[in-house]
Every structure is written in structure tokens, then in C-alpha cells.
Design a protein around this ligand. Structure first.
Ligand SMILES: Nc1ncnc2c1ncn2[C@@H]1O[C@H](COP(=O)(O)OP(=O)(O)OP(=O)(O)O)[C@@H](O)[C@H]1O
Ligand SMILES: [Mg+2]
Length: 330
């Protein structure tokens, strides 16, 4: 496999009157050809900064980047024609129709006119193409943005939050579109917070937290490598969960409290849960192993799972992978 996108040791520090903010701290990322690659991370973790740096919109403070084997930003003029991107919500001129907008972009980019019709059809805007953009819904503007990125039939398509504002049907259509594009040989990189969607759509993922890569690889491998053995625990109805949770935490368990049950994240040996609680005459009504999903891996690796009684602040994400949770109380 050949890498279409390679980033190594990327550094970006924003300086302002208020001080210095290290947005990227030695970030690495590799995307192989023909993949749909998910780029995931909490708010403020550095995704948009990475994509903007890659596209030459901001200058890095260090590190290396290559697109289609060419070093960027130095070779950006040569590869730019093969990269289609939307980074955060692009602004369009409200008085223009989608057709006008795309025709102008096609002219400016030397793209044939027929391509405008084709991309409008692809993103599902054909029947509204002659309406002014200012009359569009959020999801329709998002579709127009994707259409504009597809105009030049890029080899690499980069989409920052493409599902933003799309209805469930639109998300599903976008998923099919991404898969079809990848099958036609295009490489797609997309950032998203909709992790269930990423799990369905992506071949591989990179997870970023606090400006560093905390996981990467095929979705299956990331799930396998980073899954701790979680179990769902419910107590008999009417029994106060607080004592049980305190007891388990005192024994080193990672407990996450849900509405009517709790989960133990590092339950290497679930029998410990029953033993510790039964010794205090607290009995379980349910003990179920939980199957791993990308969302729980993401929450664990980035340290952004909600904690009872705390309002997590945007900069409180984990900079390094949490230690492998190999069980407790053994
Ligand atoms: N122009 C700027 N000046 C100063 N700090 C900035 C600037 N742009 C981004 N940052 C900071 O850099 C960090 C990374 O921001 P970035 O926009 O890359 O995050 P993100 O991963 O795209 O988040 P989100 O999921 O919310 O889109 C944040 O702490 C942000 O406040
Ligand atoms: Mg962003």
C-alpha cells in the first residue's frame, strides 16, 4: 500500500497576546490509498489545525507532511489540483444558486462544465440547483460544500465534519457516497464526532488528543487493541448504587455511572465485582460484558468520558493513552 497522506512530528503553536497555545505537539498520521479514513478527536484537540496546515492555510512550527508522496507545503502547487477539501463550514455567496457557484468554481479551476451537473446529482442537490444558496438549509449548504470539493475529481478528498447538519437520510447518503468514492479509487479523510457513523464508514482511523496521536490503524485493530473489558452492572431495584460504587472505586475500579446502572471499565475479572459487593450484602441483578465500540474507545483514550458531578472543560482531554487497563483487585 502507498501512503497518500503522511504527517510526522507536526508542531503548531499559536501565539497571541494571551500567551502560547500548543495545538499540535508532534502529531503523526498516515493514510493509505483508497481508504476512507476517520480523523477523530475531542473539541480543540487539533483536527482543523492539522487540516489547515496540510492545505497550506497556516504554517507549522515543525514536522514533515507529504501528500501523494510530495512534500508539502513546498510541493503544494503541484498536488493542489489532486486534493479537494472543505475545512470547517465554507462560506458561499447567498445570492448565487448552487449551479452558479459551482460553475464559477469550475471555470476558475479549469474543470469541464458537465462535471457541475454530475456533482450536483452526486450530492443530491439536482432539484434545488437553481435556488439561491441563501434559501438553503444547513444540510443543503453542507452538500454544496462537498460538491465543490468533488468538482476536480480529486485523488484525495478532505472533509472536516461533512455530516454536520445533515439529517439521518443525508448522513446515510453521505456514507454511501464516501464508500463509492473510495471504491472508485479516491482516498477520503473525514473528521467527525459521530463515532457510530465513523465506525460504519471508515476503513481506518487516527485518534488525536491534545495535539498528539493516541491511536491509529484499522477500525477493527483499534477496537481490539484498546478495548478494556467493560461490564455493565445493575443492582436490585430500590438499592442505592452509591455504596456499591464507592466500594468498587476504593478497590481501584473505574466506574462510570449511568442512569439506572453503572459500568466498570477495567473489569479484568468480573467475579471480583460480585465478591466485593456480596461481602457487604449488596447483590447484583445484572452483570453483562459490554461489546466494544469506537465511541467507548474514543472516550477512554481521550479521557473525555463524562464524570459525575463535573463539568468537563474543553482543554481537559488526555495527552497520552490511558494505561492499559488489565483488571484490578486481583
Ligand atoms: N487562530 C488561533 N489562535 C489561537 N488558538 C487557536 C487558533 N485556532 C485554533 N486554536 C487553538 O488550537 C487548539 C486546536 O484547535 P482546532 O480548531 O484544531 O481543534 P479541532 O480538533 O478542530 O476541534 P473541533 O472538534 O472543536 O473542531 C484549540 O485549543 C484552539 O483553541
Ligand atoms: Mg475543527
Amino acid at each position: 500500500m502507498t501512503a497518500v497522506l503522511e504527517i510526522a512530528g507536526l508542531q503548531k503553536t499559536y501565539r497571541s497576546r494571551k500567551g502560547v497555545r500548543r495545538a499540535l505537539d508532534g502529531f503523526d498520521m498516515t493514510v493509505e490509498a483508497g481508504q476512507v479514513h476517520g480523523f477523530l478527536g475531542p473539541n480543540g484537540s487539533g483536527k482543523t489545525t492539522t487540516l489547515r496546515t496540510l492545505l497550506g492555510l497556516i504554517r507549522p512550527n515543525g514536522g514533515r507532511m507529504a501528500i501523494l508522496g510530495r512534500e508539502v507545503p513546498a510541493s503544494l502547487p503541484e498536488v493542489a489540483g489532486q486534493v479537494g477539501a472543505i475545512v470547517e463550514s465554507p462560506q458561499f455567496f447567498g445570492n448565487f444558486t448552487a449551479q452558479d457557484t459551482l460553475s464559477l468554481l469550475a471555470d476558475a479551476g479549469g474543470v469541464r462544465k458537465e462535471r457541475v451537473v454530475a456533482v450536483l446529482e452526486l450530492v443530491g442537490l439536482r432539484d434545488r440547483a437553481k435556488d439561491r444558496v441563501k434559501t438553503y438549509s444547513l444540510g443543503m449548504k453542507q452538500r454544496l460544500a462537498v460538491a465543490s470539493a468533488l468538482l476536480k475529481e480529486p485523488k484525495l478528498l478532505i472533509l472536516d465534519e461533512p455530516a454536520n447538519g445533515l439529517d439521518p437520510g443525508g448522513i446515510r447518503e453521505m456514507r454511501t457516497l464516501m464508500r463509492n468514492l473510495a471504491e472508485s479509487g479516491m482516498t477520503v479523510v473525514l473528521s467527525s464526532h459521530i463515532l457510530g457513523e465513523i465506525q460504519l464508514i471508515c476503513d481506518s482511523v487516527t485518534i488525536i488528543s491534545a495535539g498528539r496521536r493516541v491511536a491509529a490503524g484499522s477500525v477493527a485493530d483499534v477496537l481490539k487493541t484498546h478495548t478494556s473489558s467493560s461490564v455493565k452492572v445493575a443492582l436490585e431495584p430500590g438499592v442505592d448504587m452509591r455504596n456499591a460504587i464507592e466500594l468498587l472505586r476504593a478497590n481501584g475500579a473505574q466506574v462510570t455511572v449511568e442512569h439506572d446502572h453503572f459500568t466498570v471499565g477495567n473489569a479484568g475479572n468480573p467475579a471480583q465485582i460480585t465478591r466485593i459487593l456480596a461481602e457487604r450484602e449488596i447483590y447484583l441483578s445484572e452483570l453483562t460484558p459490554m461489546s466494544a465500540d469506537l465511541e467507548s474507545v474514543f472516550l477512554e483514550l481521550t479521557g473525555t468520558a463524562p464524570v459525575e458531578g463535573q463539568n468537563r472543560q474543553v482543554d481537559q482531554s488526555a495527552a497520552a493513552p490511558a494505561p492499559a487497563s488489565g483488571g484490578w483487585g486481583q
